[in-house]
Design a protein around this ligand. Sequence first.
Ligand code: FE2
Ligand code: FE2
Length: 277
Amino acid sequence: MGDNLKITILVDNQAGEGLIAEHGLSLWIETQDKRILFDTGQGTALPDNARKLAIGLDNADILVLSHGHYDHTGGVFHVLKHAGGIELYCHPAVVQPRYSIRNGIAKPIHMPRDSMAAIDKLSAHKLHWVSRAALLRQGVGLTGPIPRDTSYEDTGGPFYLDPEGRRADPIDDDLALWVNTPEGLIVCVGCCHAGMVNILNQVRRLSGVSRIRAVIGGFHLLHASDQRLERTVAALRSYSPDIVAPCHCTGGRAVQALMDALGERVSPGCSGLTYKF
Ligand SMILES: [Fe+2]
Ligand SMILES: [Fe+2]
């Protein structure tokens, strides 16, 4: 697809002036003919920030969920209630119960129940389960599940499907959205549970385009080992993107490492920021 792509950060851990900060992510993507909401944050910041940024969520055509965690799906209830014509794209695992367990204490981190109930009420033709790669239109795609190929991206974590911690959660629902432009791929990521380099490699394979122009979203490098961080930054630098916008769960140390390696091409995200392509 041609240019005229606009991406606005609606919800992020960092907030622009007058906007609400929240541990979560939501991106508003305007292509030539579609308005796509990518994730919804926890649900508190989204309606307020959208109103202040004059973004009409009720005009959204498509809602994409990167994965089922509460900090990406808490606003689903609100969005489905107000955007009458919207169609939802997500992996079926987004609705399963899941927990993070730290120091023996299980914390539920699944989609809130009102959001699950709203999905349940969607008519069948508006709900698209993404169990494999899909195209939303020519040049705009979803990865579907992402192979975990790199040796250095530890895609585990304290994530389980039961509060006792018997079954590890592989977060198979993790997916990314890509847009092909004349100057390369724009890739939107939620939390990068599949690993950022795995995601970028999968997008390159699926699209048949090797040039990465921009990456926007949460890179999940807060607890990354030095080795993982070093190799991730090196891989990203080898792709030579024009814009890297670390948001949400990237972590300050990783943002600094990215800035050291890529200089001004790194633009740390915060709600209210808009990127035009
Ligand atoms: Fe997240
Ligand atoms: Fe997550």
